[in-house]
Write a protein that binds this ligand. Structure first.
Ligand SMILES: Cc1cc2nc3c(=O)[nH]c(=O)nc-3n(C[C@H](O)[C@H](O)[C@H](O)COP(=O)(O)OP(=O)(O)OC[C@H]3O[C@@H](n4cnc5c(N)ncnc54)[C@H](O)[C@@H]3O)c2cc1C
Ligand code: FES
Length: 282
């Protein structure tokens, strides 16, 4: 049986920005001091950030918890990692250390790691690298010593340094779509190498975050081997807490039927094999 942590309700509060630094041409990390909220956070969850005091953008922007900050085992804050892609993230990029940022969190469910897992493979496509460091740190803290991160980025501008993607103690494999950093290829090519080399097998813990196309490819790759995975989905969101029905996903039920689930409250983490994507058989 997988060990699911007990989740506490989110809080809405202001945290103090301690850092907001560039780690790749398109990508930033923000460190937020918020002890009350951080004490409730688990790897795999997300926060919903208010990016402006103005009416636009009205909606908060969801971001995965990239890392938890701990001092002597006491949680004091969190990091988010974000690509600057639109008005909300442009506003985030303008925020300065010392300023406050309003957020709701933690939201969503957390990773569930089978207690018997001794090895883990974390698969990140693009900005899906957001939650990877928190997940890797959680696994190392649980005693999972063999952790491999497979990270695929689009190109140089979207590729973050290895030390930002994963904590010390992990093996990190990198590729880019255009070969401008590390090997040219898709992140599933890195997974293929692990499968062929016997470095990924049933019983290993697999966590993935990225676009639907990556999820589909990974699912089809792992299924013949009988390897389960957890998928952290990142659907467009409105409210972030189950009210607007703006973040639906399709999930295969045990009786074979397909039901709609909400990314924000039923996830954002789902068993990969249960998700139904566009193009899948009905
Ligand atoms: C649970 C969750 C966790 C997330 N974690 C992160 C994270 O750690 N780091 C990060 O950078 N982003 C993350 N995102 C995505 C992020 O919330 C969006 O990119 C956000 O909308 C950007 O706001 P914006 O105003 O800058 O751009 P917008 O104007 O909202 O969007 C800019 C462009 O990105 C596209 N876009 C927006 N949201 C999504 C999405 N969910 N999927 C695919 N395309 C999208 C839009 O179509 C548009 O082309 C997460 C989303 C969810 C739901
Ligand atoms: S974002 Fe509103 S229901 Fe999920």
């Amino acid at each position: 049986m997988a060990a699911a942590p007990a989740l506490e309700p989110p809080v809405c509060m202001e945290g103090q920005i301690l850092e907001n630094r560039v780690i790749a041409p398109v990508t930033r990390v923000m460190k937020v001091h918020a002890p009350e909220a951080a004490a409730r956070m688990h790897a795999g969850q997300f926060v919903n950030l208010l990016t402006s005091a103005e009416r636009v953008p009205l909606l908060r922007r969801p971001m995965s918890i990239h890392r938890l900050v701990r001092h002597h085992e006491v949680a004091s804050g969190f990091y988010v990692l974000y690509d600057v892609v639109g008005p909300g993230t442009r506003n985030l990029a303008r925020m300065k250390p010392g300023e406050k940022v309003d957020f709701v969190g933690p939201l969503g469910n957390a990773i569930t790691v089978p207690p018997a897992a001794r090895r883990a493979v974390l698969v990140a496509g693009g900005v899906g690298v957001g939650p990877i460091k928190a997940v890797a740190e959680d696994l190392l803290a649980r005693g999972v010593r063999d952790v491999t991160v497979c990270y695929g980025a689009r190109d140089y501008d979207h590729s973050i340094p290895v030390k930002e993607a994963a904590p010390d103690g992990c093996r990190v494999l990198v590729c880019t779509d255009d070969g401008s950093v590390a090997r040219k290829g898709r992140v599933t090519d890195l997974v293929e190498d692990l499968l062929r080399g016997g470095r990924l097998a049933p019983g290993d813990y697999v966590f993935a975050c990225g676009p639907h196309a990556m999820f589909r490819a990974l699912r089809d790759q792992l299924r013949p081997f009988g390897i389960a995975a957890e998928a952290a989905t990142e659907e467009f969101m409105g409210c972030g807490f189950g009210v607007c029905f703006g973040c639906p996903l399709r999930q295969r039920q045990p009786d074979g039927s397909v039901a709609y689930r909400l990314c924000c409250v039923d996830g954002c983490i789902f068993p990969l094999d249960t998700l139904v994507f566009d193009g899948d058989p009905a």
